[in-house]
Design a binder for this molecule. Structure first.
Ligand SMILES: Cc1ncc(COP(=O)(O)O)c(C=O)c1O
Length: 413
């Protein structure tokens, strides 16, 4: 009883402590965690419960996410990058087989495939959509192609109907990196439900956060078992998921100490899952704010459509944008670095489009990529594109300030 009373007091104190916390007017960030005392109370409760790795909150978060996405299994791990490691490994692609992926990407989207000795065939992306060019994907398919690793860049995507036709026709596996596209849809179907495996990130700058953390989702029992094993030191799993909170009987014990895969240890914590669970309840609200902010920024930048290529969406795609991207049309009129410097001084965050053309990054100097055509779109975006924020922490005041600063800079362009 005394403990319950203290818990209530702690809860009241946490609520009081965070009662008037507000995102400051400056800086105007491109993303960041938006939370209140609800999240903090649940995280404190998770600490007080005293079971911090893989317990009931992880189970609940995985179930809530699977329901939201409409898939059978979701596995919570410590980052989106870790979800990509287990997702890629679980596909068990033969060494040397070809995997198609866009050049304009995020490093950890393809790093696990490179480490596995797969041959990455880079394809170009379209300026404005920032996503893989479907024509080049088609051109890139050979008899050695085994999979497509498709990041849905900035919440947008490619023509998923044609992509799925290619996947079927050529008997390929599809891994969707949905880390930037929670809630986005193609013709009413959630991104992250098209492939054999899909991955999500809850890093604080993403659509919802779990203070870091990631999820790998699948409809396949076998892939789920493989990923669970890879996440958990390589342990063997049968139909039972895991049993840390349950009584372990002798046969389970023998099974758990049989190692089926060359595993890792990639657990998220119960404290993260507690945060993620509360954020799940807010995901629809956050989506609406992102849509509203995207519309406001698009309207504003339409006034500068001679200077920038505006974000573009293909037929059937309903993105929940990660950020607001722009590509400079003519760098002799507007140059990216001075513009980004100006914004930085005004305390407005802007970023390059992820790693740009990944093959130009130093880490990949010795990686033997192949291509199926020119990467001119990726190169142009590597050079002249950037994004600014539209996340749920941006209100009308921040949007006005941002527009004012752009108008100021672009006035003489
Ligand atoms: C497209 C994409 N893939 C993967 C990741 C990796 O996610 P995490 O930061 O959770 O490891 C990110 C993270 O920003 C991303 O944007």
């Amino acid at each position: 009883m005394e403990k319950e009373k203290i818990r209530k007091q702690i809860e009241a104190l946490v609520k009081r402590y965070l009662a008037d916390s507000k995102i400051p007017k400056l800086p105007v960030r491109y993303g960041g965690s938006v939370h209140d005392s609800e999240e903090a109370v649940e995280m404190v409760n998770a600490i007080l419960d005293g079971w911090w790795v893989h317990g009931k909150r992880t189970d609940q978060f995985e179930a809530a996410f699977s329901k939201y996405l409409g898939v059978k299994h979701s596995l919570f791990c410590n980052s989106g990058s870790s979800a990509l490691i287990i997702g890629t490994d679980a596909l068990k692609l033969p060494k040397g087989s070809e995997v198609i992926s866009p050049a304009l990407t995020f490093p950890t989207t393809i790093n696990p495939a490179i480490r596995q000795g797969l041959k990455i065939v880079l394809v170009d992306s379209d300026i404005g959509t920032y996503n893989a060019n479907i024509g080049q994907i088609e051109q890139a398919i050979t008899k050695n192609t085994k999979a497509i690793i498709l990041p849905h860049i900035l919440g947008n995507t490619t023509d998923m109907k044609r992509l799925m036709q290619l996947v079927k026709e050529h008997d390929l596996l599809l891994l969707e990196d949905t880390c930037e596209a929670i809630g986005s849809q193609f013709k009413g179907k959630m991104l992250g439900t098209f492939g054999s495996v899909s991955t999500f990130s809850f890093y604080p700058s993403h659509h919802i956060t779990a203070g870091g953390g990631g999820i790998a989702s699948t409809n396949s029992d076998e892939l789920h078992r493989n990923m669970l094993s890879l996440k958990s030191w390589g342990r063997r799993y049968s139909d039972k998921k895991h049993m840390p909170n349950q009584q372990i009987i002798r046969s389970d014990y023998i099974q758990q100490y049989t190692y089926d895969t060359l595993g890792y240890s990639l657990y998220g914590t119960e404290i993260q899952a507690a945060l993620g669970l509360v954020q799940m309840r807010k995901v629809k609200k956050f989506e609406k704010i992102r849509e509203r902010n995207f519309a406001a920024l698009l309207k504003f930048f339409k006034g500068y459509s001679d200077l920038f290529i505006l974000p573009r969406v293909l037929n059937g795609v309903r993105p929940v944008w990660f950020a607001f991207p722009l590509t400079i049309t003519d760098p002799t009129r507007v140059s990216r670095e001075p513009l980004m410097d100006f914004l930085y001084k005004k305390q407005i965050e802007s970023r390059y489009i992820l790693a740009g053309n990944i093959s130009k990054q130093p880490a990949y100097a010795d990686v033997e990529f192949s291509t199926a055509g020119s990467l001119e779109g990726a190169d142009k975006m590597h050079q002249d594109a950037f994004f600014i924020g539209l996340y749920q922490g941006m209100d009308a005041e921040k949007l006005s300030y941002l527009k004012e600063c752009f108008a100021d800079f672009l006035g003489n362009a």
